[in-house]
Design a protein around this ligand. Structure first.
Ligand code: DQA
Length: 137
């Protein structure tokens, strides 16, 4: 599970949009969901696009699926899309908020067209849903 810019600030950042769950809570939630599903998960966050690209390349090389909330890079990064296009084992794009009900610049995603699936607007509950989908796939 890979989280992009500003997602480390969950719980503090615009709680009216992203909720009160902290990033540490999110990690615990995902690890609990993985244990229940009997799968292994690594939950990561970076504000650096280069670091995110490195993690996606590593997942592609290892044949591992990715759950990705790329934050604002969703709407701007062709480099991230190109890296994600190599994820043959599956990619689920997650957004905590309903990006389609927000500013117009959030309506476009460079990732959705190459994602296996997209979960939008379900709050942090979208992450365990994505994990379940990939585990059962
Ligand atoms: C987000 C939505 C993006 O538009 C925003 O830039 C984020 C978070 C979400 O989870 O709702 O950082 O990806």
């Amino acid at each position: 599970m890979i989280n992009g810019p500003n997602l480390g600030r969950l719980g503090k950042r615009q709680p009216e949009v992203y909720g009160a769950t902290t990033y540490a809570d999110l990690v615990a939630l995902c690890e609990r969901a993985a244990a229940e599903l009997g799968v292994e998960v690594q939950v990561r966050q970076s504000d650096s696009e280069a670091e995110l690209l490195g993690w996606i390349h590593a997942a592609a090389d290892a044949g591992e699926p990715v759950v990705l909330n790329a934050g604002a890079l969703t709407h701007t990064s062709i480099a991230l899309r190109d890296a994600c296009a190599e994820l043959a084992a599956g990619l689920v794009e997650v957004h905590i908020s309903n990006v389609h009900a927000r500013e117009e610049f959030r309506h476009q995603s460079y990732l959705s067209a190459i994602a296996t699936g997209v979960i939008v607007g379900c709050g942090v509950a979208g992450y365990p849903l994505a994990l379940r989908f990939l585990a059962e796939r």
